[in-house]
Ligand binder design. Structure first.
Ligand code: PSU
Ligand code: MN
Length: 312
């Protein structure tokens, strides 16, 4: 294992014994939600994964060391310190080499999870093609990473701060399977429907695991996106959220926020403008994604075990 990556004993032993592990990102903690809801969410999601007898591995860079699996104190630091940089794959070497703290995005978490040998990752929303990307070229490196790193990312679709149609097109170009979980529609994060169809559908964790195993068995190294709609009871009505997203986008333009600050700015502004309703929905969908990711990880391990017995 790379000397710049530290695994907790729990994660190392689970991977060694071919037991299921689910990776979790840290940008959502440091730059995606306010304190203290962020640390409560981080702890709760780990507990949900454990309730399926699966090992959670939250990933971040601390003092220039990449950590796969964190202690309660480390989660608290990521949630409360103002001194944590947002780290996508572009930034990883820079935060590691300078010995600072970095909260990993979906892209950077996928990369570190893959280096550690983890196949399944649960988050809230992916980055994607921003609205107006034809002019700004703002396309998240999450998509690039999905095109080249064999990890399954369970998310609730993308927020309409992004251009959903262009994000779907880009995922197609990058050869990333997008699997609607028990749905024919790509979910829009706060709402179950977006008006855009998903190209594939699965109705059980075992079906998802079979697609992952088949894809990687073919030597296709792209990741997989599992699009899991927010639970019905937690949806925010589309009209409400659309107006707020338009407001947040126009505020961002006025404040001249660009580049890696764009997504954190929009997320924080949406929480403010909804008086916290969007935060409750966000936490609910992360919980739901954690349940599903844990079940997929358990099924994936079963398939690998069956295959290796057959090979003997
Ligand atoms: N979308 C969300 N919540 C988030 C993010 C995106 O609804 O917390 C975070 C994730 O960590 C994602 C990152 O990987 O923002 C994307 O940032 P960028 O657009 O700068 O690539
Ligand atoms: Mn960007």
């Amino acid at each position: 294992m790379n000397p710049a990556i530290h695994l907790t004993d729990e994660v190392r032993e689970a991977l060694r014994d071919h037991r299921p592990v689910v990776a979790l990102e840290s940008t959502i903690i440091s730059h995606g939600m306010p304190y203290p809801q962020n640390v409560e969410m981080a702890r709760e999601v780990e507990d949900i994964i454990r309730s399926h007898e699966v090992v959670p591995a939250t990933i971040a860079v601390l003092d220039g060391m990449a950590h796969v699996g964190l202690t309660a104190d480390q989660l608290e630091l990521l949630a409360s310190s103002g001194d944590v940089e947002k780290a996508s794959v572009r930034d990883l070497a820079y935060v590691l080499a300078r010995g600072v703290h970095g909260a990993t995005t979906v892209a950077a978490t996928m990369r570190l999870a893959h280096l550690a040998g983890i196949r399944v990752f649960a988050t809230g929303g992916l980055g994607g093609v921003h609205r107006g990307a034809a002019g700004t070229f703002d396309i998240s490196a999450d998509l690039t990473e999905l095109s080249r790193t064999p990890v399954a990312v369970v998310s609730a679709g993308v927020k309409s701060i992004l251009d959903i149609a262009l994000t779907m097109e880009q995922l197609e170009t990058l050869s990333v399977p997008v699997i609607g979980y028990a749905t024919d529609e790509f979910p829009a994060f706060y709402s179950r429907s977006s008006g855009h169809r998903v190209p594939m559908r699965a109705d059980s964790p075992a079906q998802v695991a079979r697609i992952m195993h088949t894809q990687w068995g073919l030597g296709i190294t792209a990741g997989v996106n599992v699009a899991n709609p927010i639970p019905v009871d937690d949806e925010v009505p589309a009209d409400t959220i659309d107006a707020i997203i338009d407001q947040a986008l126009s505020d961002m333009g006025a404040a001249r926020v660009t580049g890696k600050d764009a997504t954190p700015y929009l997320l924080a502004r949406i929480v403010e403008l909804t008086g916290g309703d969007s935060l409750r929905a966000n936490i609910a969908l992360v919980r739901s994604n954690a349940h599903l990711a844990a079940q997929i990880a358990a099924e994936y391990v079963e398939i690998e075990a069956d295959v290796s017995t057959r090979d003997v």
